[in-house]
Design a protein around this ligand. Structure first.
Ligand code: FAD
Length: 463
């Protein structure tokens, strides 16, 4: 490699030659590319790590996958584009965990630790938590397990060998373009970025129409006294609909929220989480549209809070602590697996021998169409508790790849139910253990029997 001195010399003396080289690349690339595009020259990319398991995305599913894989003995890398672990839990300010009650293992461990740190509050089977405490806890758990964490880094490409086995992924970051090899990969990116780059087929949106649930930006609020707003808070006063009461209050303040079920969650002391916005028809795969939705959503939340403050008591001192760094994306790609969780599974309460977890959360479709309703759209599907089989986490079209979280294999209705974070953690935990076992024994994930994964997972569980 050139020394910095040599490089400076090249820039100084060889600038004209370099400019000539660039110009010839430019004209060759311009000629070879189709109109309106640019043919990027090939370049060498350094392989920066060779691991047993690489996990893409550090949301609830990815963090769980990485911890489980590392605890099961795998050399594990966790790659995340945000500056913190947790995905929607932290960068998204979610503050609310659903469907966690019947999830043992890591989910129970995280809840117990939040409770020990006085950073959570239970409302039946739902749990409110302190976002900042969650950030730190996830970092501690990953580091303690020996997970190598890479933040500020986006997975942008993937390469399979001739047997369709995923061998390598490529990232972009301040360090430039880097390649990472591993024996097994886990896609926990929420949107299925890694699997799509590797060539997996996927579903997106509702079958037929392609419509997707709206995005929502979350915010943390302070400066409100709980006894003064209690009827407007979700799950606080029995017999009261917090959503209806808050909607009426916002309308009294002269604002009509884009989500007609605005929800205020009480976390602790005077900290609240607000979900009061819907961004309709925004593709999770279109950065321009997501940017516009982010700006619109943030402006709407500020407008709502200013209007409430102008009402005076009980809102006189209300303040926005933070709006989410990342707008909440309800759905992205659903990568095709060796099993697809279906609406029929929900209706029948499916049971599987390779059940990763049992989903207790029902169908929850936020209306994709504001002309129909700006709230929850009734889908006429009554869900019974159902199992997610391990096969729904194993990629169908590419070997050596598992999915966990909201990008697993399922249909539109099923996804609206299993996507909540209690399930995402359970899926991540199973995928992480499976990946570690496959890597340690040179098997592909679909060759590892569920009984072995399940046994290893349960042996790792902490009391
Ligand atoms: C507005 C909203 C409200 C919700 N309400 C609730 C609720 O109250 N309770 C509940 O339990 N669930 C709720 N959900 C559902 C739940 O939050 C998600 O389905 C959940 O986040 C799934 O976890 P995940 O780990 O699969 O995805 P995510 O949390 O989305 O995590 C994916 C991670 O991957 C990273 N990533 C993405 N692409 C790349 C890439 N190419 N390279 C590197 N990193 C990448 C992201 O930055 C992110 O950190 C809600 C969702 C939304 C959007």
């Amino acid at each position: 490699m050139d020394s910095p001195f040599q490089r400076r010399a090249f820039l100084g003396c060889g600038a004209a030659a370099a400019a000539g080289l660039l110009a010839s690349h430019w004209s060759e690339a311009a000629e070879a590319a189709s109109p309106g595009s640019y043919l990027e020259p090939a370049r060498e990319v350094p392989i920066v790590a060779d691991s047993d398991v690489v996990v893409c995305g550090a949301g609830p599913a990815g963090v769980a996958a990485a911890i489980a894989a590392a605890r099961a003995g795998a050399r594990t890398h966790l790659i995340e584009v945000n500056g913190c672990l947790g995905g929607i839990w932290t960068a998204g300010l979610l503050s609310w965990i659903l469907d966690a009650g019947n999830k043992p293992g890591l989910m129970r461990e995280i809840l117990a630790e939040l409770d020990r740190r006085k950073a959570s509050v239970a409302y039946g089977s739902s749990i409110g938590y302190d976002v900042e405490q969650m950030k730190r806890l996830l970092e501690e758990l990953c580091l303690e397990a020996g997970v190598a964490i890479r933040l500020h880094t986006r997975v942008v490409a993937a390469h399979c060998d001739e047997t369709r086995r995923l061998r390598l992924l490529v990232t972009e970051s301040k360090s430039g373009r880097e390649a990472w090899t591993a024996k097994v990969f886990v896609d926990a990116s929420g949107d299925g970025d890694l699997a799509a780059e590797a060539g997996c087929k996927f579903d997106y949106g509702r079958e037929g129409s392609g419509e997707t649930q709206p995005m929502s930006m979350l915010a943390l609020l302070t400066g409100i006294k709980v006894d003064e707003v209690a009827p407007m808070v979700n799950h606080l006063v029995p017999g009261q609909s917090g959503k209806k009461n808050l909607l009426a209050e916002m309308e009294r303040a002269g604002v009509s929220p884009s989500y007609s079920g605005p929800s205020l969650f009480y976390l602790h002391h005077d900290l609240y989480c607000l979900m009061s916005n819907h961004e309709y028809g925004v593709s999770a795969l279109d950065a321009g549209a997501i940017s516009e939705a982010t700006l619109r959503a943030r402006a709407e939340i500020h407008k709502q809070i200013e209007a409430l403050r102008a009402l005076g008591k009980p809102w006189t001192d209300v303040q926005i602590v933070a709006t989410a760094e990342h707008i909440g994306v309800r759905e992205g790609r659903r990568i095709l697996g060796r099993y697809q969780v279906s609406t029929k599974d929900l209706v029948e309460g499916a049971r599987h021998d390779d059940a990763v977890c049992r989903v207790g959360f029902g169908v929850d479709v936020h209306s994709p169409n504001p002309q129909e309703t700006k709230g929850i759209r009734p889908e006429g599907v009554r869900a019974k508790a159902y199992d997610i089989p391990y096969r729904a986490l194993v990629a169908r079209d590419v070997h050596g790849l598992l999915m966990a979280g909201r990008c697993i294999s399922g249909d539109f209705i099923a996804h609206s139910s299993y996507r909540v974070t209690g399930n995402a953690v359970a899926m991540g935990e199973a995928a992480g253990v499976a990946a570690a076992l496959a890597a340690a024994s040179d098997r592909l994930p679909h060759d590892v029997p569920w009984s072995e994964i399940c046994g290893r997972r349960d042996s790792l569980a902490r009391p």
